[in-house]
Design a protein around this ligand. Structure first.
Ligand code: SAM
Ligand code: SF4
Length: 335
């Protein structure tokens, strides 16, 4: 068996194989989206965040344990200083089949070509509105034209299956789901609609009132387009449909209304080096303490990661009666 065929050594007590990590490279961002952050976010001091070398070591150890897919996220990954040097090293990591990135797109006009050259396979770009004023209301500081230029640059750089991510919120952008779909269809790219998750106390709105169910979003789009379920199941929370007569697909990421935990194949590493076993729970272990202990080796790191599988929760409980909302915000979680 070659290294590429090695099955993941990370198996939790419910028999789920973990072969995907979301690695947060910063908690900082040049936007302040209402669902993700507070307006006056305090970011972590430098000494508390993993260095680029530590992030690389974490990624390497995970691939040696059988992880095949790493998505870089944050915060906004592209605001981390010198992040391209990390991405270039990750692109050459043996055993890693897919290096992916989630970004707000604001700097892609500069970085799309180097990201492609470094080996990033696919990019998800967040886009919640096509109206400049609304875009500003949602992102608080973002400029729509920068993101649209970034999407064009990612297309021109030749990335396959670019996917837009839109968080749909009632009263903010719920009347734009068809326009956003049109925009994706015109560019031959995919789009995913994401239900807003209750993580941290991010904003001025009551999420139970603004969260739109994806069943509703799908119903609205189905009046404009013929949608066909894609039967091949993707590991993870997205359920895809094909838009007939186009090259685009729509993903529905429905953490609030559809529990997808039985298929969970992923864990998250925050930029503080906290290995989070579940998005909606606080179960975690501190990898930074191991990374910074001179007495401990990569083998110790691996043993700790393997052992952590035992505390991976069976599921999240968003809005269940006893749901305890994690205090961490999405930018700290690694979206
Ligand atoms: N800055 C990058 C971006 O915006 O794409 C990457 C990090 S961001 C935290 C990753 C994804 O999480 C984005 O698509 C964003 O829309 C989504 N997100 C943030 N907060 C969320 C929340 N409370 N519920 C659902 N999705 C959220
Ligand atoms: Fe920044 Fe992304 Fe969070 Fe928006 S969703 S504030 S772009 S990290």
């Amino acid at each position: 068996m070659t290294a590429m065929e090695q099955p993941s050594k990370l198996i939790d007590k419910f028999g789920r194989h973990v072969d995907y990590i979301r690695l947060s490279v910063t908690d900082r961002c040049d936007f302040r989206c209402v669902y993700c952050m507070t307006e006056d976010m305090q970011f972590l001091p430098r000494k508390e965040i993993l260095s680029l070398e530590e992030l690389y070591r974490v990624a390497k150890v995970f691939t040696e344990l059988g992880v095949k897919k790493i998505r870089l996220t944050g915060g906004e990954p592209m605001v981390r200083s010198n992040v391209m040097s990390l991405i270039e090293k990750l692109g050459a990591l043996p055993g890693l089949e897919e290096l992916l990135l989630t970004t707000n797109g604001a700097q892609l006009d500069k970085y799309a070509v180097p990201l492609k050259a470094a080996g990033v396979k696919r990019i998800n770009i967040s886009l919640d509105s096509l109206d400049a004023d609304r875009f500003k209301r949602i992102s608080r500081v973002g400029k729509l034209e920068r993101v649209l230029a970034g999407i064009d640059a990612a297309k021109a750089a030749g990335f396959e299956r670019i996917r837009l991510n839109a968080v749909v919120m009632r009263g903010y952008n719920d009347d734009e789901v068809v326009a956003l779909t049109d925009y994706a269809v015109e560019r031959d790219i995919d789009i995913a609609f994401i239900e807003e998750m209750p993580l941290g106390d991010a904003s001025d709105h009551d999420r139970e009132e603004t969260t739109c169910s994806n069943d509703w979003v799908r119903g609205v789009i189905a009046e404009a387009y013929q949608l066909t379920d894609v039967t091949a199941k993707t590991a993870g929370p997205s359920r895809y449909v094909r838009i007939e007569g186009t090259n685009s697909r729509i993903g529905f990421i429905s953490p609030v209304t559809h529990n997808f935990c039985a298929d969970c194949n992923r864990v998250r590493v925050t930029v503080e080096g906290r290995l989070l076993l579940c998005l909606g729970n606080e179960h975690s272990i501190d990898l930074r303490a191991i990374l910074r202990d001179q007495q401990l080796t990569d083998d110790d790191l691996k043993q700790a990661i393997i052992a952590s599988m035992d505390i991976k929760p069976e599921r999240h409980y968003f809005y269940d009666k006893d749901y305890q909302q994690p205090v961490r915000l999405m930018n700290m979680t690694g979206g």
